[in-house]
Write a protein that binds this ligand. Structure first.
Ligand code: AMP
Length: 594
């Protein structure tokens, strides 16, 4: 790839985007040729291609793999062997993905130029946004970003989440001032590993600059909601700091203290009073975001895929007045693409895959039925895969990538549907991650099916001024027959609700979930009796935050954190069970017609 092109910004970037998408096929062929020429001598490619750099040999001889296929090479490099096992360019760091394999986080190889590629994608976001929301250069963005401490591999390579790598890079830290990317958060607060201190200081900075803030955001919807809950609990302390002009002594990180001292320069009782009136008033927090940041025009957060469940809560806090903008689709393995119509509603979001990010292939899926646990997926015939420009409108595919950093025909595990084309580049709706999360007998429930059923069932809460804010599940096989357990955290949207929900409402929710699960589940439940009645365990407020803390404490990243939709065992399950307030079972068999 032409390194210079990665630097284009603004109008130039949009023109470049046109060219790239018009010539998507050529760009893809070029990148594959570059990968084969550059990396043909690596142990991995050489084993299959014997030195050939021919595209047709690649397509016939390189197997389609999951993490298990690359793990031995990653481990060897992590233990000190040369990068040339998989990549001609030195592997500079390992990116810790949020996915796990055999209980361990997956590590993805990364080379120096990957940072240029990621930066290129970020640099396209503002030119695209600016087409729809003018004037964003006249104020600031309150984006809450977090970093994690690094864990080096045995050979000393940094291993860290992709966003930690990006925020620590000169591409982010030393970027020239750009009025389109003026963040309220000081870099020192973003780089503070203590997520509590980081959150406190970023919110404080966002409040100090509240009259200048034009947009709000975080990477995923879950992180943004976590910030709002943090604010609910800490606004009084934040007001104290603003009133006195002194940062709380609870913040001990020296970088944070110095950075905040530059913006919290004198007491501002007027600002403190204004925030106190908004946060401490007697009404609910519905629409609070618009009151705290009256000039904000949108909230930038990913709310596609499993993040869609946060939409109602985000809309509650925004009073439905701020569009939820999903800008990009990316992963630790590779950044994929952008939403070119950022103001569309979350259920219409389509990501255009940029053909210069990697070489992309697609496994056609007959329908959206996914079977097989990760690590024991069925083999995919090499010649079944389609190129980026050959996917068909309306069809479902699993995404496969080949990168310059040493992943060859690697299954990302995401299921996508083609919903349009931008020039020759397809646009995809994110459907789900491909794997089964719940199974007791022959039933196999994937994340999307569970999510759909929960989405239907949770509507029953709305009539009772209650909102499902978070959920996860577990296949409980401790008794026979086993059954599905859903952990639900519920909040009340009206200040007047005093009593908990009537048990019949939650029993109905159990039945509604069961009715919406697939045929095999309902057969197992009603005919085979191999699955017991579904149970909802209502957990105390704050439980899912505690779960997040636990996962982050075990090495996860706050930016990339997504609530696991299924908890299999261990401390997380123990934590959930210790917070159960009440439990309810489905009281009737779901409908099943042979
Ligand atoms: P990680 O490797 O931990 O960064 O996670 C990457 C995964 O997060 C992707 O493969 C997707 O499953 C999910 N993801 C990333 N961006 C989006 C998005 N915009 N919409 C839905 N899911 C996403």
């Amino acid at each position: 790839m032409d390194g210079k092109k990665l630097e284009y910004k603004g109008e130039e970037a949009l023109k470049e985007l046109e060219k790239l998408t018009e010539k998507a096929d050529e760009v893809q062929e070029k990148i594959l040729k570059e990968i084969l020429t550059r990396n043909g001598g690596t142990e991995y490619l050489n084993k299959y291609l014997g030195g050939s750099t021919d595209i047709s040999s690649f397509k016939h001889q390189i197997p389609v793999i999951t993490y298990a296929g690359i793990r031995p090479y990653i481990q060897r490099i992590g233990n000190g062997e040369d990068s040339s096992l998989i990549s001609a360019h030195p592997i500079t760091e390992m990116i810790i993905s949020s996915g796990t394999s055999g209980g361990e986080p997956k590590l993805m190889p990364s080379i120096a130029e990957d940072l240029d590629r990621r930066t290129y994608l970020y640099n396209l976001i503002m030119p695209i946004m600016n087409q729809y929301v003018p004037g964003l250069d006249e104020g600031k963005a309150m984006y809450l970003y977090f970093t994690k401490a690094e864990m080096p591999t045995p050979s000393g390579l940094p291993a860290r989440p992709v966003l930690t790598s990006y925020y620590k890079s000169k591409h982010f830290k030393c970027r020239p001032y750009d009025p389109f990317n003026d963040l309220t958060s000081p870099i020192e607060a973003i780089l503070c590993f203590d997520s509590r201190q980081s959150m406190y200081c970023q919110l404080l900075a966002g409040l100090i600059h509240r009259s200048k803030v034009l947009r709000l955001g975080a990477v995923f919807g879950s992180a943004f909601l976590r910030a709002i809950t943090f604010l609910e609990r800490n606004w009084a302390h934040l007001c104290d700091d603003i009133r006195s002009g002194q940062l709380s002594s609870d913040v001990t990180d020296s970088g944070c203290r110095t950075a905040i001292s530059n913006i919290l320069t004198s007491p501002d009782p007027q600002l403190a009073d204004a925030i106190e009136t908004i946060c401490g008033g007697r009404g609910s927090w519905k629409g609070i975001l618009g009151r705290l940041w009256p000039r904000a025009k949108y909230i930038e957060v990913v709310v596609t895929g499993s993040m869609a469940q946060y939409i109602p809560s985000l809309e509650f806090y925004s009073g439905r007045k701020l569009p939820l903008v999903c800008t990009m689709y990316a992963s630790s393995e590779c950044y994929f693409g952008l939403n070119l119509k950022p103001l569309c509603s979350p259920d219409e979001v389509a990501y255009t895959i940029l053909p210069n990010m990697a070489y992309f292939e697609f496994i056609p899926l007959e329908n959206v039925v996914q079977v097989g646990e990760e690590g024991e997926e069925e083999d995919v015939a090499q010649d079944k895969l389609l190129d980026l420009v050959n996917v068909k409108l309306g069809c479902y595919y699993e995404l496969v990538v080949t990168t310059l950093a040493g992943l060859y025909r690697y299954r990302i595990g995401d299921v996508l549907q083609v919903v349009g084309f931008y020039n020759r580049a397809p646009q995809f709706r994110f459907i789900c991650r491909r794997n089964v999360i719940l199974s007791i007998d022959t039933d196999k429930t994937n994340e999307e099916d569970l999510h759909k059923s929960v989405t239907i069932a949770k509507k029953l809460l709305e009539a009772h001024d209650a909102l499902l804010v978070e959920y996860t599940s577990n296949a409980d096989t401790s008794s026979v027959p086993g059954h599905y357990v859903l952990y639900w955290e519920i909040v009340y949207t009206s200040v007047d609700v005093a009593a908990p929900l009537d048990e019949r409402v939650l029993q109905e929710c159990c039945s509604a979930v069961e009715e919406s699960l697939d045929y095999v589940y309902r057969r197992c439940r009603s005919y085979d009796k191999s699955v017991g009645p579904l149970e909802i365990r209502v957990v105390r407020p704050g439980t899912f935050e505690a779960l997040m803390d636990l996962c982050i404490g075990q090495g996860g990243s706050i930016n990339q954190y997504k609530t696991p939709r299924c908890i299999k065992s261990g401390s997380a399950l123990h934590l959930l069970d210790s917070k159960v307030d009440a439990s309810f079972f489905s009281t009737r068999d779901p409908t099943w017609n042979p």
